[in-house]
Design a protein around this ligand. Structure first.
Ligand code: AMP
Ligand code: TRP
Length: 330
């Protein structure tokens, strides 16, 4: 079975875009691959965090992943800092990454270009740590959003470099970027992606939003004056986005089917139907979230996950240190 690994960096609350674009696919991957999902809490602190908020986000992230269907029996789920080998191989990878490579990484460059002050050394070397995360497990596939693809490409270069220098150490991983994958847009500005960094909170539905609030956000979603439920992202971006949400949450129901159901009906009625579908799914997830939070399942999952992951990661770290000549007692 091919191995898949992905890291999740919960620097904010998870929203419907994360669920439709990433999380729901992870749940499907469990059947096809041997999967490792970890919470990248080291990557989180590359930018300043409020400790209490970070802790809550980490907790909610694990609870929500489980609530959405990740199964700790089939997936290895763990916290990055619980497997010490990440930080250790991270440093080794740093020593094999050229400054020129780090300087080319757009995530860092973008932040710098925006004039953000006091960027940290950790943010600069972020991609080297990410390479370590992936290479420790000899992952074949790494599902990531488009913005992270460059980091996986760097990981491939580093793996090849080290394999060449020390003999075969690492599997060279492939990024897995969803092809068409639904891109959920903001409800208040359908020309932009639904995102936690939205200026107003109206455009983004969080998985833990109060149901009434979520319904209200959908009812006040920006639409158009055409007055027809028709899938046309260019001319009717708001309506098409709502159709996309409805379809994704109903087993990819065909757009033509939705168009037919709402033919001759007003946007109000259509929005109510979208809100029903969204709220039903949120309710399911939130009920599971509450059960999980109270059950001790989070602690158990992370403990067992870290133990399983450490076995693989420690063996790889040790192999690397030996190959480099860093260990004395072999
Ligand atoms: P982020 O929260 O931006 O770090 O994204 C985490 C994951 O969720 C990535 O795999 C993204 O591709 C996915 N994602 C984030 N926002 C959206 C969105 N609006 N629509 C679809 N997928 C999204
Ligand atoms: N950098 C990723 C993000 O921002 C999170 C991440 C950290 C990751 N390590 C990883 C993703 C390893 C895939 C593989 O979303």
């Amino acid at each position: 079975m091919k191995r898949m690994l992905s890291g999740i960096k919960p620097t904010g609350q998870l929203h419907l875009g994360n669920y439709i674009g990433a999380l729901s696919h992870f749940v499907e991957y469990q059947d096809e691959y041997e999967v490792y999902f970890f919470i990248a809490n080291l990557h989180c602190i590359t930018v300043p965090q409020d400790p209490a908020e970070l802790k809550q986000n980490l907790h909610d992230c694990v609870a929500l992943y489980l609530a959405c269907g990740l199964d700790p029996e089939r997936s290895t789920i763990f916290l990055q800092t619980d497997v010490r080998a990440h930080a250790q191989l991270g440093f080794i990878m740093c020593c094999h990454t050229y400054l020129g490579e780090l300087n080319r990484m757009t995530q860092f460059k973008d932040k710098q270009a925006k004039g953000e002050k006091n960027l940290s050394g950790g943010l600069y070397t972020y991609p080297s740590l990410m390479a370590a995360d992936i290479l420790l497990y000899d992952a074949d596939y790494v599902p990531v959003g488009e913005d992270q693809k460059q980091h996986v490409e760097l990981t491939r270069d580093l793996a090849e470099r080290m394999n060449h220098r020390y003999g075969k150490l690492f599997q060279v991983p492939e990024p897995l970027v969803p092809k068409v994958g639904a891109r959920i847009m903001s409800l208040s500005d359908p020309s932009r992606k639904m995102s936690k960094s939205d200026d107003s909170d109206k455009g983004c539905i969080y998985l833990l939003d109060d149901l009434k609030k979520a319904r209200k956000k959908i009812m006040s979603a920006v639409t158009d004056s055409i007055g027809k439920v028709h899938f046309d992202p260019e001319n009717q971006p708001g309506i098409s986005n709502l159709m996309q949400i409805m379809s994704s949450l109903s087993d990819n129901r065909p757009m033509a089917d939705i168009e037919q159901e709402f033919e001759g009906k007003g946007y109000g009625e259509f929005k109510r139907a979208v809100a029903d579908v969204v709220c039903a799914r949120l309710e399911e997830i939130q009920n599971r979230y509450r059960e999980i939070s109270e059950s001790g399942m989070i602690e158990k999952t992370l403990k067992e996950g870290a133990a399983r992951a450490s076995q693989v990661a420690d063996a790889k770290l040790s192999q690397v240190q030996k190959a480099i000549g860093m260990d004395i007692i072999l």
